[in-house]
Write a protein that binds this ligand. Structure first.
Ligand SMILES: [Ca+2]
Ligand SMILES: [Ca+2]
Ligand SMILES: [Ca+2]
Ligand SMILES: [Ca+2]
Length: 626
């Protein structure tokens, strides 16, 4: 759950300068080649044609067994089960025995449940396998309070019961069945967990009256935050639980208001971003040692019961750091003790600053975080057309993450999500008024960067079917199954004539096929997953960004060259071999609907250990030194 949906500020272009990057392993002093004067000998590369790629594409079945597989080997699919596929209509209205977790089903309303469930997800495993997915991250699946102000808990972030699956999504047994089926396909399953808050049950008496049911403040006012200093001086709220809700949370200790901060609403600033409530959601007192123990117990039990392969952790920044440094190793060690050796946790820390992000993987003891830094940099470079040196600046700080159990290759890469919206939407609303063809090219290049820059790629469900959406949050949570939401169905969908009113599990969608190829390449070359990344070329304008990936035991580099400009670009790099294989060359040929940009062609020539590489507009290529 992301509370702030503020887009990072566009910084102005820096003054122009040529950046020369010197590197030890791959001797590099790159400068753009002024013209193509060719005394250089054309290479005869052994080309992996995209058509060959389709013949024997690597998928999860070709990887190490999931129990032994490190996180760097994964390609993630991030899915909101309610919006994916309805495998059992009998659960659409939720619980039949607990009214607080029943109802809320309205397929025409984007803030309500739409019927998708765990069974539906299991039925679509073949679709995900074919896409080249090896890990699935589900939005939270624990039992929610169905209705709260602002809609229904279809997204899962309003948990009441930490021991039971939300009945709209199926039963605990359905979840176990799904995980077993995924594991049979060598696909991992990750849960999205929340320790910061529960559903909104507790009400401050001073704002809601003694029964907790009346709003005593003016319309538009909030239940103002009381600081730690105020509370210490006796100026605090009195928590009230409305009648009938005294025992709705599970486990039972969560019903006692003493385990909550009860300090009123956060404004997401300073102290109150840790101690305040998000829109009334009961903020758990995570600095109480009993709570730390209680939360560790809850999630150790979940690991024991369902045997997931890891957790994505919500709202990390809004919980005190001391909590994480105890919580994270306790869960990883517990998982290891029951045979899940590669159990992996990554946090949602909404920040583009590597110093802040890495504080959670070092001091906080968490293995990894979602790389919001990369997500923002993709926006700067591919939407706002800033220089590719923005990417170089990001990666220059990668050593911040390095410690006994973390490194930058384990960061989770993404282009957009269920809070900030899809990259395609960010392109569509850009002041540059990009054409559909250009939106497609830029969107695909962003996804290619998520795959082929250091870090683990995540595909946000629907991106592989060309979804755009109208914004973040509800507007980015379209249905893969046929939708009845009018505001979704009026949207254009990229590279297809379909709309979201149709079934969008389309195996022939060009993005779906292309991402399957990216996965194949990612799985085929360990250097692209585990190699040390070095920047070979960057510039202070849109254009070339080139990196090498080198494995410790094999210093023959893989070179990935991106072109973020709208014209063909050429770059001269210092080489690392006499000859190179072409592993991939993207381009218009890969996607019919991407026409409209004068893209030019790829070329790569080697002479005297110099590599002359030409990359078409908004394209990329991967080469491997021999
Ligand atoms: Ca259902
Ligand atoms: Ca908090
Ligand atoms: Ca509350
Ligand atoms: Ca660490």
């Amino acid at each position: 759950m992301l509370i702030l949906s503020i887009r990072p500020k566009r910084s102005m272009l820096l003054s122009r300068y040529l950046f020369i990057w010197l590197s030890a392993t791959l001797c590099v002093a790159c400068s753009p080649e002024p013209s193509t004067k060719e005394s250089a000998t054309p290479l005869t590369p052994s080309v992996v044609k995209t058509s060959d790629v389709n013949v024997s594409r690597k998928t999860a079945k070709d990887l190490l067994p999931y129990q032994q597989r490190p996180i760097e080997d994964e390609v993630f699919y991030f899915v909101m089960p309610d919006r994916f596929n309805n495998g059992d209509t009998s659960n659409d209205h939720g619980s039949t025995t607990k009214p607080i977790s029943a109802g809320g089903f309205d397929k025409t309303d984007k803030s309500m449940y739409h019927g998708g469930d765990i069974q539906g997800l299991e039925q679509k495993l073949p679709y995900l396998k074919e896409l080249g997915i090896s890990a699935i991250w589900l939005t939270p699946i624990l039992r929610n309070r169905t209705i709260q102000e602002g809609g229904a808990g279809y997204h899962g972030y309003w948990v009441l019961d930490f021991t039971e699956i939300d009945p709209h999504l199926g039963s605990n047994q359905d979840l176990i069945s799904f995980i077993n089926a995924a594991h049979k396909d060598n696909i991992k399953v990750f849960f999205d967990i929340i320790t910061n808050h529960t559903a909104d049950v507790i009400k401050p008496k001073e704002c809601y009256g003694k029964d907790g049911l009346q709003w005593l403040k003016a319309a538009g006012e909030t239940c103002q935050y009381k600081s730690l200093a105020q509370v210490a001086s006796g100026d605090s709220y009195t928590p009230v639980i409305p009648q009938g809700l005294e025992n709705v949370k599970v486990p039972a200790w969560l019903n006692d208001p003493k385990y909550y901060h009860n300090q009123g609403e956060t404004t997401y600033q300073g102290e109150n971003s840790i101690y305040g409530d998000f829109a009334g959601l009961d903020d758990i007192n995570t600095d109480d040692p009993e709570v730390v123990k209680g939360m560790i117990d809850i999630f150790q039990s979940i690991i024991s019961e369902f045997k997931p392969d890891g957790f994505r952790i919500d709202t990390v920044k809004h919980v005190n750091m001391e909590f994480w440094s105890e919580f994270s190793p306790a869960l990883v060690n517990h998982a290891a003790s029951i045979g899940i050796a590669e159990f992996f946790m990554f946090g949602e820390v909404y920040s583009g600053d590597s110093k802040e992000l890495s504080s959670y993987t070092t001091v906080g003891n968490m293995q990894s975080v979602l790389d919001f830094g990369l997500a923002f940099t993709l926006q700067h470079t591919l939407i706002d057309q800033q220089g590719t040196d923005k990417l170089g600046q990001l990666f220059a700080n990668d050593s911040d993450y390095l410690d006994h159990n973390s490194n930058a290759n384990q960061l989770l890469n993404f282009t957009g999500n269920h809070d900030m919206g899809r990259f395609a939407h960010m392109l569509a609303k850009s002041e540059y008024n990009y054409s559909e063809a250009e939106i497609i090219q830029r969107n695909l290049l962003a996804h290619a960067m998520v795959y082929f820059l250091r870090g683990v790629p995540i595909i946000y469900y629907g991106d592989e079917q060309g979804f755009i959406g109208k914004g973040g949050d509800q507007d980015s949570r379209q249905n893969m199954m046929p939708s009845l939401v009018a505001s979704y169905n009026e949207d254009n969908v990229l590279a297809t004539n379909k709309t979201t009113a149709d079934d969008n599990f389309d195996l022939s969608h060009p993005f779906y096929k292309l991402f399957g190829q990216y996965s194949h390449i990612y799985y085929s070359y360990p250097a692209l997953r585990n190699g040390v990344q070095q920047t070979l070329y960057q510039q202070d304008s849109a254009g070339i960004f080139a990196i090498s990936r080198t494995l410790a035991d094999n210093n023959k580099a893989h070179i990935v060259v991106f072109n973020t400009a709208t014209s063909q670009q050429q770059v001269m790099l210092n080489g690392d071999g006499d000859s190179y294989n072409v592993l991939y060359q993207s381009g218009k040929a890969n996607i019919e609907h991407g026409s409209g940009i004068e893209s030019g062609g790829h070329s790569m020539k080697v002479k005297n250990n110099k590599l002359s590489i030409t990359v078409p507009a908004l394209s990329f290529a991967i080469y491997q030194a021999q």
